[in-house]
Design a protein around this ligand. Structure first.
Ligand code: NAD
Length: 254
């Protein structure tokens, strides 16, 4: 049922976004890629679907508008919107650079408001849609040194619920996914910082990172998050609305 439809996946040049884009492409969806760095267009096209790219900076509303207009003009609209682009900065609140605070709120939270308000009318008009917001365990619980990220992700979970209620009688569903640790470039930076601070190997830093929060002692993978996204896009999930769905190895069960 996803075949021939189009997904816009923000921040899909790397990590979780790329895993989700690949999983949706495997279902026959055309993909609008977004993000910085090398664009994995060929990887998507190898699955026999169309891949577009728009380099909008998710901290800039005018560029987000241009990206959504590109999806409309080149792909006939956005059927699945995955708000995934995100950044992290780790520091105590009194030392938190105000510019980093503003960037995290803009990219991890406000961008989802802009993409959603622009995607919804077309979804309603075409009679089907899925909006999936990549929140985090930090949308549900907090960790020290991550005030901006935790505030943005709690905000994203709240935003998900509000829009799910506004669309509850429509064929558009809105949900959030809350991963625990996933070994992507975003987390590798934290592994590197820990290895340096505690003077241990990369593997030991990973083990300590997991042991502290994630009872399964295993990283969640971009592939698992891709398959969860495919499920949320399925008919079986058509009455899953406003949920914050954890894939966190038990992190938030504690
Ligand atoms: P990543 O660093 O591998 O990828 C981030 C993506 O966002 C990249 O494609 C990057 O180019 C893009 N991006 C960054 N700033 C952007 C901007 N201003 N405009 C457009 N694109 C931008 O990170 P990831 O770990 O794959 O994270 C993806 C999402 O998942 C984020 O929202 C993150 O908060 C969330 N998340 C990650 C983890 C984890 O453990 N890695 C856990 C929970 C939630």
């Amino acid at each position: 049922m996803l075949k021939g439809k189009t997904a816009v996946v923000t921040g899909s040049t790397s990590g979780i976004g790329l895993g989700i884009a690949l999983a949706l492409a495997r279902q026959g969806m055309n993909i609008v890629l977004n993000g910085f760095g090398e664009v994995p267009r060929a990887q998507i096209e190898a699955l026999g679907v169309r891949a577009g790219y728009h380099g909008a900076d998710m901290s800039r509303p005018a560029e987000i508008e241009a990206m959504m207009a590109y999806a409309d003009a080149e792909f006939g609209g956005c059927d699945v919107l995955v708000n995934n682009a995100g950044i992290q900065h780790v520091a105590a609140v009194e030392e938190f650079p105000t510019e980093r605070w503003d960037a995290i709120i803009a990219i991890n939270l406000t961008s989802a408001f802009h993409t959603t308000r622009l995607a919804l009318p077309g979804m309603k008009q075409r009679g089907w849609g899925r909006i999936i917001n990549l929140a985090s365990v930090h949308g549900l619980v907090a960790s020290a040194q991550k005030s901006a990220y935790v505030a943005a992700k709690h905000g994203l979970v709240g935003f998900t619920k509000a829009v799910a209620l506004e669309t509850a009688t429509t064929p558009v569903t809105v949900n959030a996914i809350c991963p625990g640790w996933v070994l992507t470039p975003l987390v590798q930076k934290q592994v590197d910082a820990r290895a340096a601070a505690e003077n241990v190997s990369n593997d030991e830093a990973k083990r300590r990172l997991l042991a502290e929060k994630q009872p399964s002692l295993q990283f969640t993978t971009p592939e698992q998050l891709g398959e969860l996204t495919v499920f949320l896009c399925s008919d079986a999930a058509s009455n899953v609305r406003g949920q914050a769905w954890s894939l966190d190895g038990g992190w938030t069960a504690q």
